[in-house]
Design a protein around this ligand. Structure first.
Ligand code: HT7
Ligand code: ZN
Length: 844
């Protein structure tokens, strides 16, 4: 595979003025006829006429009506063309039914659908498949499918054809086609300027009852984007389609979003509160792409964070507005630490804007998405909300219709605020998570915070410069009152001090409020200080963080010295969870604890070799300690937070259920699952049913309920995914690999369905102590299945290889076992470019 470099960018030699496509659908022999109008591009010096194309059977090609015999290669087609405007025509044949890679045009449960981002359009026809080539598309679909959809607005429709026109110039990665036996859940939306838009969610017959929530989420998103960003929708229709076989969550194709059915279908009986919240966020995310991604797209794939970081930032703002802002912030930081920090600390570390890649599909990462969003959050904090929105207005005005770059993005901020963002730009080019060390000094009535930042070396980047860090700080006095409200300290140097004057008593600082920069904070505060902040911090994030720090330290001490769980932490936590003035969702988050994988990372960071079994025992010990320390409190917490009446997925009800279920999970440690069994028996919704089932499994009483659960839900693919995942996630360490292996023998296990594959193997990798169990059985099992999946679906295989990315944290035996499996995969005959790049980077 070839490496592509950011610095090598050159524009395409031609402008595409218009694209006309006709599809003659057939499962194994679909014909695609294209007519593309090209003009020489005055801004390009290279006029080589090369069109991408992979796995296509060329039937005929012509230029200006005259047949040609182009030069064909595995990557595409080259031809001699006039030095003037011309029309290129081609007819190709493709086979959707045998396309198991789920990229290009493929079939899922009898339905035709497409996935073109990033480079899938080249598997549909010959085309300059690069995001900076934007054109309006006319599409005609011929076939006998009852529903035939494409991008844009509908045109003529006959018994065996449908026509679609998309007037907005778009890159090929936003092309979409869907055809099949589908039913619609319909609604409409009237835009701020009074245009009526027809909305539809298309699903397989039988799923129409699971669309109402998604539709409400869509309408809320449309309204929110008008109100907060002034962005209106721009077509007559907006269609969403649910597809069972999909490599990722969803795709923002212009006017025709395609969703993994797990990210759009929802009902109280089959979906948990977490599912509802995620569906709302993903629908918003894909809708928001209409402006940040579609109307303004990326010049090249190195600029992926331009659309993804910004759109994640926007969907987080949306969720904060729709639900609780502190709860959303805490959840985002938990997720960042679980997925992005390990990436940045290991062999796969890369900048938010990478500078080279072999396979772009491997760069749809937590760094590009979530760290990319954090970078925008910092920018907003530095310039303030008002300037942020003025800069965004300028961005939309200046770049509508463009394929833009990070330079364009930062320039609108510079032009709006007069700031020089050249140092800030390091956030896009420098990989790794900065460590921020703090020391305090108090003299006279002056309090000083001395900061020092450093970013450890990462692959290809041995030396780092200081980053611009917005550090949100507030000061409390010893009785817990805030003496200095939150202010942003702007750190730009490697070492920098900030003073606060006129303080007659030594204040207690609350640093990095709201997690104002994505760094690891090293502040030797001591237990008492943390307990104080847990009791008093007026910043909800830092109050939670104080509890989290106490929990981390307690667990680390248990692992390293065998110490019992920290009583100060348990006391402080008890006061918080019994405080009824606090949001139940927030209290539920407080009751949680760091994941075992996070602890392994923390120990590694401190120069220790993490022992997964000791970490597992410490985590279980802390949960037992909570169950014992809160024994008198838990029954009340459980009862008081029951939500009567019909199920509603709103944030308040979900928060109460989260708290009740957190209590239930601890209660089951002492009552051997009695309360959980009662909840399971009367559960009226999936949130209650699944949390009861988890508690039962955890208490060693899950077998009967697992059988009943399967019998009840065996017709529902998405619920059965939960059944598969839960068993692996909650298996005892020594049994995890065997449980996963047994499930791969189950008749419902289908490796070609990414959701099902992830249910088993995502859960296997997520069960820290089970995955790293000392016999290495889980490493072998995962490697074996990745080798089976790679020839069918390289994208999903490559993504799942990330399970091994933290391998260098562990002891020599485990490292040897993992290396052997990585080398075994690398040696596979015909290994895909996607997987080979990932394994190569992990092993490097
Ligand atoms: N922009 C979309 C990314 C995506 C994707 C990328 C590679 C392969 C398959 C894919 N499906 C969707 C989704 C998003 O970020 O909104
Ligand atoms: Zn996105």
């Amino acid at each position: 595979p070839q490496t592509v470099y950011l610095e090598d960018y050159t524009p395409f030699g031609f402008i595409v003025e218009a694209v006309d496509l006709t599809f003659r659908l057939h499962p194994t022999a679909t014909r695609v006829l294209s007519r593309i109008r090209f003009l020489p591009n005055p801004e390009a010096s290279d006029r080589t006429f090369f069109l991408h194309g992979e796995d296509l059977r060329l039937i005929r090609a012509a230029i200006d009506g005259r047949e040609i015999t182009p030069e064909l290669s595995e990557a595409g087609l080259r031809a001699d063309v006039p030095d003037a405007p011309f029309t290129f025509e081609a007819e190709v044949e493709i086979s959707p039914a045998t396309n198991t890679a789920l990229e290009g045009l493929y079939m899922s449960s009898g339905m035709y659908c497409t996935q073109c981002e990033a480079e899938g359009f080249r598997k549909i026809t010959y085309y300059p498949d690069r995001p900076d080539v934007m054109a309006p598309f006319e599409v005609r679909i011929e076939g006998d499918q009852p529903v035939m959809l494409s991008n844009g607005n509908p045109g003529a429709r006959g018994a065996d054809f449908a026509e679609w026109t998309d007037p907005w110039p778009k890159p090929a990665y936003l092309f979409a086609l869907v055809a099949g036996d589908l039913v619609a859940h319909r609604d409409s939306f009237t835009t701020a300027s009074g245009r009526k838009v027809d909305l539809a969610i298309w699903v397989r017959p039988g799923d129409e009852g699971k669309c109402a929530f998604g539709m409400e989420a869509l309408k809320k998103s449309m309204r929110w984007d008008e109100e907060v960003y002034g962005r209106e929708y721009d077509l007559d229709v907006f269609n969403i389609v649910a597809v069972d076989d999909f490599n990722m969550g969803a795709m923002e194709n212009k006017g025709l979003n395609i969703f993994n059915s797990s990210c759009v279908l929802a009902s109280p009986e089959t979906s948990t509160d977490g599912n509802f919240e995620r569906i709302e966020a993903i629908i918003a995310h894909e809708y928001f792409h209409n402006w940040t991604g579609n109307r303004i797209t990326c010049r090249d794939w190195f600029q992926l964070c331009l659309k993804e970081g910004l759109t994640v930032h926007r969907d987080s703002e949306f969720t904060s507005d729709m639900r609780s802002a502190p709860v959303k912030r805490i959840s985002d930081v938990i997720d960042l630490r679980a997925r992005q920090f390990p990436e940045d600390q290991g062999p796969l570390s890369h900048p938010v804007r990478p500078e080279s890649f072999q396979e772009i599909n491997n760069f749809y990462t937590a760094t590009v998405y979530e760290k990319g969003a954090e970078v925008i959050g910092m920018l907003k904090r530095l310039v303030d909300d008002d300037a942020y929105h003025r800069a965004l207005d300028l961005y939309f005005e200046r770049h509508d219709g463009d394929a833009a770059t990070i330079e364009d993005w930062l320039k609108v901020f510079e032009d709006t605020t007069g700031r020089d963002l050249s140092q800030f730009k390091r956030w896009y080019s420098q990989s790794g998570t900065p460590r921020l060390h703090v020391r305090e000094e108090y003299e006279g009535d002056t309090f000083t915070l001395h900061f020092r930042q450093e970013t450890p070396p990462t692959p290809g980047q041995p030396d780092k410069g200081p980053q611009v860090l917005p550090i949100a700080v507030g000061l409390l006095n010893p009785n817990g009152d805030e003496v200095t409200p939150t202010q942003i300290l702007e750190m730009t140097q490697a070492e920098q001090s900030f003073t606060f004057e006129g303080l007659r008593v030594r204040p207690i600082p609350s640093i990095l409020r709201g997690f104002s920069a994505p760094v690891m904070l090293d502040h030797a505060e001591g237990k008492d200080r943390r307990a104080f902040l847990l009791a008093h911090d007026s910043d909800a994030f830092n109050r939670w963080e104080a509890g989290r720090e106490l929990a981390r330290e307690s667990l680390v001490q248990t692992v390293l010295t065998g110490a019992a769980s920290d009583a100060a932490y348990l006391d402080g936590l008890k006061a918080v969870i019994r405080d009824e003035s606090l949001d139940p969702a927030y209290r539920a988050l407080m009751l949680g604890q760091p994941t075992q994988s996070e602890l392994a990372g923390l120990l590694y960071e401190r120069g220790e070799t993490p022992d997964p079994e000791a970490i597992h025992d410490a985590a279980e010990g802390l949960r037992d300690a909570k169950a014992a320390a809160f024994a008198g409190l838990l029954p009340g917490l459980y009862e008081d937070n029951q939500v009567p009446g019909p199920y509603s997925p709103d944030a308040q009800s979900a928060g109460r259920r989260a708290l009740a279920n957190a209590a239930l999970s601890l209660l089951s440690r002492r009552d051997h699952g009695a309360q959980a069994q009662a909840q399971y028996d009367r559960a009226g919704n999936m949130t209650e049913q699944l949390s009861a089932l988890s508690a039962l499994i955890d208490a060693g009483k899950g077998d009967l309920a697992l059988g009943r659960f399967y019998d009840q839900w065996q017709g529902d693919r998405l619920v059965i995914d939960k059944w598969f995942a839960l068993q692996v996630m909650l298996a005892a360490p020594e049994e995890t690999a065997a449980v996963a292996e047994r499930l791969t023998q189950h008749p419902d296990f289908d490796m070609t369905n990414p959701n099902r594959f992830r249910a088993v193997f995502g859960a296997l990798a997520g069960n820290h102590a089970g995955f790293h169990y000392r016999d290495g059985a889980a490493y072998r099992l995962l490697a074996e299945w990745l080798m089976k999946l790679d020839p069918l679906n390289p994208q999903t295989t490559a993504r799942m290889c990330t399970a091994f990315q933290t391998w260098k944290r562990y002891d020599a035996d485990r490292q040897d076992m993992i290396r052997a499996q990585l080398e075994r995969i690398a040696a596979l005959d015909g290994l895909s470019g996607d997987t080979s790049e990932m394994i190569g980077r992990i092993l490097a």
